[in-house]
Design a protein around this ligand. Structure first.
Ligand SMILES: Cc1cc2nc3c(=O)[nH]c(=O)nc-3n(C[C@H](O)[C@H](O)[C@H](O)COP(=O)(O)OP(=O)(O)OC[C@H]3O[C@@H](n4cnc5c(N)ncnc54)[C@H](O)[C@@H]3O)c2cc1C
Length: 481
């Protein structure tokens, strides 16, 4: 059998890695993706392994959302073992930064995320913070309230300080560049894998099955089982291939993150706000460089805007806003830091905001995309399941919720969506300096947004379902239906 894996981000590569432990000695894998990895979400990620920290006040309202959380919760627990498997598999090809790895106690893998409750944005922060605490209680997750002033290297400007904070003990982070380097080393040195530096331009179908893929180098690669895992452009690739599949739109969640070098102010744990309207709030994560190197790189994240087309460079306003937010809300000493790199990554964001994961109506074609802002964290779980499916094994039947050809999941009621939309937009405005002259103006403005969202719902026929706040602009501009 020949397995063809399209893409070279964390999802494609971890899936290829899992396949290795399942296939027989005569089987082969071809992994196709451009070395440059333009727009790679993986390389822009923090990468925080957050599950509880991602909870918000509207979480757990549907079966799909509860199951998604369950996968994310499982992923947090699988990472230490997965990382160990990668290190063992890399053997003598282990990247330099992984030498002397201690896995559970240092190096590029650490646990611990502080969540701040400050008053820089609006009350949505308070509700989301309360929802995180409640979920930690309900699921018996290890956490504790801490004095914000006691958080190492937390030094916000005076008017942006938090008055509450918690530490979630088991949610950590990894340097995604080092993880990809490790996967590159494992896969490119394995006798059963061929790595191709190219882009797939088309999947070709013969007798109801995928028979081959065409590359931008004009090469044709034949195979028996195919996985489409090329991130945000995956839906475009499938529709350009005219396979007759009904795949919902996947948008480019264009996100900027910033790597800074801040001598004396490195971190060992993530420090972040709860999710805010439009994105994940502001966060800083340690950005491990290597065992002999100073721990002074920090990743600041992250902006987000949805687009039907890719953007290749970060918006100036996003970069300015991230630098200002991290300096004000996390550590005023970042003002003296050096800007090392601006990352731009495309979060694969589906119309219904849930992942697309599993087989399709073409028996030998599998798809994994739509992981939005949690794909790095979910990789050990997704790869385990997708490799099993590609090898004909059974998986949790609930995974069919995320069938790639499903109708978009509509699990928010219209009234709730409008309420969430108002909350989200007001939170976004507060993050960018909105200060109403008084309560009357604020009421008027909220009412204006509410009426506008009602009209938008009417215009797209959203009578008994609601538009997810992140998708408002895509519906408004006619890209989502
Ligand atoms: C700023 C930012 C911060 C984030 N932070 C986190 C975080 O803290 N934790 C977390 O879990 N997640 C985070 N995410 C989300 C996470 O990065 C994604 O969910 C995940 O990386 C998606 O992985 P992927 O492999 O599907 O896509 P990608 O990483 O985008 O990889 C897709 C790859 O496919 C290649 N490709 C594209 N087209 C083709 C083609 N036609 N043929 C072959 N190859 C192709 C591309 O070059 C690319 O390398 C963040 C994302 C961003 C943008």
């Amino acid at each position: 059998m020949q397995y063809v894996v399209i893409g070279n981000g964390i999802i494609a590569m971890s899936s290829a890695f899992r396949l290795l432990s399942k296939i027989s000695a005569n089987d082969t894998i071809i992994l196709i993706g451009p070395n440059e990895r333009v727009g790679s979400a993986t390389l822009a990620a923090a990468a925080m392994l957050n599950s509880f920290a991602e909870i918000h006040s509207n979480s757990f309202k549907s079966d799909a959302d509860i199951f998604h959380f369950e996968l994310s919760h499982l992923a947090t627990r699988l990472w230490p073992e997965f990382e160990k498997e990668l290190i063992d598999a890399a053997g003598e090809n282990l990247p330099g930064a992984c030498a002397k790895c201690q896995i559970h106690s240092g190096g590029c893998f650490e646990k611990g995320t502080y969540i701040l409750n400050n008053t820089v944005a609006d009350e949505l922060d308070d509700r989301n913070f309360a929802a995180i605490v409640q979920a930690c209680e309900d699921f018996n997750e290890q956490y504790e309230f801490v004095e914000p002033q006691s958080i190492p290297n937390y030094a916000p400007s005076t008017d942006s300080r938090a008055n509450k904070a918690i530490l979630i003990h088991n949610e950590g982070w990894l340097n995604p560049r080092i993880v990809l380097e490790k996967l590159d080393a494992i896969l490119s040195n394995h006798a059963q894998i061929t790595v191709k530096d190219a882009k797939v331009t088309k999947l070709e179908q013969t007798d109801g099955k995928i028979s081959s893929v065409l590359l931008d180098t004009n090469e044709r690669i034949e195979g028996d089982v195919f996985l489409v895992a090329n991130g945000a452009p995956s839906e475009e690739l499938l529709s350009d291939s005219d396979l007759g599949l009904q795949i919902q739109p996947i948008f480019y969640g264009v996100g900027v993150s910033l790597e800074i070098k801040s001598p004396g102010f490195g971190l060992t744990k993530c420090i972040r706000t709860p999710n805010r309207g439009g994105a994940c709030g502001v966060y800083t994560a340690p950005y491990f460089q290597g065992p002999q190197l100073a721990n002074d790189h920090v990743l600041i994240g992250a902006s987000n805007f949805l687009s039907p087309k890719p953007f290749y460079h970060g918006r100036v306003i996003s970069i300015a806003h991230l630098l200002e937010s991290a300096t004000k809300e996390i550590n005023a000493n970042f003002a003296d830091a050096q800007l090392v790199r601006v990352n731009v990554g495309w979060r694969p964001t589906s119309q219904d905001v849930y992942p697309l994961l599993g087989g399709t109506s073409i028996a030998n074609l599998f798809v994994t995309t739509g992981t939005k802002r949690d794909g790095f964290h979910l990789a050990p779980v997704i790869s385990q399941n997708i490799a099993a499916l590609m090898c004909g094994e059974d998986v949790d039947p609930r995974l069919s919720i995320f069938n790639p050809e499903r109708e978009p999941i509509r699990d928010i009621a219209r009234e709730d969506a409008i309420e969430m939309g108002v909350e989200s937009l007001i939170s976004q405005h507060y993050q960018h300096g909105y200060r109403p002259s008084g309560i009357r103006m604020d009421r008027q403005y909220r009412e204006y947004i509410r009426r506008d969202l009602e009209e938008l719902h009417d215009s797209v026929g959203a009578v008994d379902w609601g538009i997810h706040p992140e998708l408002i602009n895509m519906y408004r501009r006619g890209f989502a239906k």
